[in-house]
Design a protein around this ligand. Structure first.
Ligand code: GP9
Ligand code: MN
Length: 419
C-alpha cells in the first residue's frame, strides 16, 4: 500500500550521491543523443581478431570506438543488468534507474504503471524526447511503454524507407538508419533528447558481403565468428553518423551517451569464447566479466576526458544524464548513482543477484577475488548481501506494487520526515 513507498523512499534517499560540480549542468540546453549499441560487449574494444600464429596481422574490431575513448569519459567496468527482456530491459534501466524483472519483460507486463522516467523528466525541462528505431512500433510493446515513459514521439519503421537493398538480418542497415535519421532529427524542436537503437549487430549477426570490412572469425561457433564483422560494421555506422552530424553542423551542440544494451555472445559459445580469449575455459567469474558493455559520455569540446574504472551499470545512467543536464535528482526513486559523483561507491548488481565491487565478485553462490580470479571464502562477499537484497527487493516492490502512483502524494511528507 502507500506506506510501502515511504520505506522505499528512505532507502533510495540514503543512496543519493551529490554530483561532480564541474559536470553538473555542463550539457544544459544541448541536444542529447543517446545511442543503444546492439549486443556490443567490452571484450571486443581495443582488440583484434584473426591474428596469425605469431599474433600478428590481426584486424581491429572497433577502430572508431577505440578512438572515441580518447575523446570521452569512458567506463571500462560498466555492466549491463538486463534479463530476458534484453533491449527492453536496458531501456527500462536507463529510463527509470530501476531493475527489470527477474524473468519476462517489464515492457509487456507493466506498461500501465506510473513512472517518473527520464523522457518525462527531460520533457518537463524543455526537451523534446524521442526514440528512433527502424522496427515495428509494437515490438517489445514499445508503442505502449514509450507513452508511459513520457516520450513525445517514437519514430518507428514507418518513419523510414526500408526495402530489400538497404536491409539485412533484422531490418534496415545501421548506416541507412543513421543517414535517414538526420532529417528526422532536424524535424524536431530543440533541444531534443533522442535515443537511437541500432539493429544490425543482432543475433544471428548477418551481413552483406559489401559490408564485411573484416573477415569472420574462425571458431567452431559460427555465431562468435560472425559477430566480429557485424560489430565492425556497427562501428563504421557510428563513425558515419558522427561524420554526417559534423557535416550538418549538428555535432557541436550535442552530447552523446552511448552504451551496449546487453551481451551478444551467450554462454552457449563458451568453448569458442575461451579460444578467442586464450583461456582454458570460461568460468562463472569470466561469464560475469563478459557482461561488461562499453559506455561513453562524449561531450564535444570537453577537456576532462578520461577512462574511469569505477564499477557501474545501466542503473546509473539516469541520474548521470539528468545531472549533466543540470536537473536535480534528489527525491527521485533511483537505485543507481551518478557515474561521475565523487563519492560514488564502486559497485554494481546484476539482475540474477551477482554483484561486483572493486575487489570482489559474487556469482552463483561463490565469492571470487578479482585480482587472482580465484574462489575465496564467502565471508568476503557477505557484507554486501543485505544491500543487494534490499536494492533488488525494493526495486521489485515499486514495480509490482505500482508504487509510484503514490509518489506525489507521499514525497513531501517523507522528505520533511527525513530532513
Ligand atoms: C528489436 C531490437 C532487438 O527492436 O531492439 O531487440 P533484442 O532482441 O535485442 O531485445
Ligand atoms: Mn538488443
Amino acid at each position: 500500500d502507500s506506506s510501502d513507498i515511504i520505506e522505499v523512499q528512505r532507502h533510495v534517499k540514503a543512496k543519493h550521491e551529490e554530483p561532480d560540480p564541474e559536470l553538473f549542468g555542463i550539457a544544459e540546453g544541448k541536444n542529447v543523443i543517446v545511442i543503444s549499441m546492439e549486443s556490443l560487449q567490452t571484450f571486443v574494444i581495443n582488440e583484434t581478431v584473426n591474428e596469425d600464429e605469431n599474433g600478428e596481422g590481426g584486424e581491429v574490431i572497433t577502430p572508431f570506438l577505440n578512438s572515441l575513448i580518447d575523446e570521452s569519459i569512458y567506463f571500462e567496468n560498466f555492466y549491463h543488468q538486463t534479463g530476458q527482456g534484453k533491449t527492453s530491459d536496458s531501456e527500462y534501466l536507463l529510463a527509470n534507474s530501476m531493475y527489470g524483472r527477474d524473468s519476462g519483460s517489464v515492457f509487456f507486463t507493466h506498461a500501465g504503471n506510473a513512472f517518473d522516467a527520464l523522457p518525462s523528466n527531460v520533457s518537463e525541462n524543455g526537451y523534446y524526447a524521442s526514440v528512433m528505431h527502424a522496427n515495428n512500433k509494437s515490438f517489445w510493446n514499445r508503442d505502449m511503454m514509450y507513452q508511459s515513459l513520457g516520450y513525445d514521439r517514437y519514430f518507428d519503421i514507418m518513419s523510414y524507407d526500408v526495402h530489400e537493398e538497404n536491409s539485412v538480418g533484422w531490418g534496415l542497415k545501421d548506416v541507412d538508419f543513421f543517414e535517414q535519421s538526420i532529417d528526422l532529427l532536424k524535424s524536431q524542436p530543440e533541444p531534443y533528447y533522442t535515443k537511437f537503437i541500432t539493429l544490425t549487430n543482432h543475433f544471428p549477426f548477418e551481413l552483406d558481403e559489401e559490408d564485411k570490412f573484416i573477415e569472420e572469425g574462425d571458431y567452431p561457433s559460427r555465431t562468435l565468428s560472425r559477430y566480429f564483422p557485424t560489430v565492425r560494421y556497427m562501428d563504421y555506422a557510428l563513425e558515419y553518423f558522427f561524420d554526417r552530424l559534423k557535416e550538418e553542423g549538428m555535432y557541436e551542440d550535442s552530447i552523446f551517451i552511448m552504451y551496449g544494451d546487453h551481451y551478444g555472445i551467450s554462454e552457449n559459445h563458451n568453448r569458442s569464447m575461451a579460444m578467442y580469449l586464450d583461456k582454458e575455459e570460461i568460468t562463472p567469474f569470466d561469464t560475469v566479466q563478459l557482461q561488461r558493455v562499453p559506455k561513453f559520455i562524449h561531450i564535444p569540446g570537453y577537456d576532462g576526458n578520461k577512462v574511469m574504472d569505477t564499477v557501474s551499470g545501466q542503473i546509473d545512467l539516469k541520474p548521470t544524464i539528468l545531472h549533466l543536464l543540470g536537473i536535480e535528482t534528489k527525491g527521485m526513486f533511483h537505485f543507481g548513482t551518478d557515474l561521475t559523483a565523487p563519492d560514488r561507491e564502486s559497485f554494481t548488481i546484476l539482475r540474477d543477484g551477482s554483484f561486483i565491487s572493486d575487489d570482489y565478485l559474487f556469482t552463483r553462490g561463490v565469492c571470487y577475488d578479482k585480482e587472482t580470479e580465484e574462489e575465496i571464502e564467502i565471508e568476503f562477499c557477505e557484507p554486501f548481501f543485505e544491500s543487494v537484497n534490499l536494492d533488488l527487493g525494493y526495486s521489485d516492490k515499486i514495480l509490482y506494487g505500482d508504487l509510484l502512483r503514490y509518489k506525489d502524494h507521499e514525497q513531501e511528507e517523507v522528505l520533511s520526515q527525513n530532513d
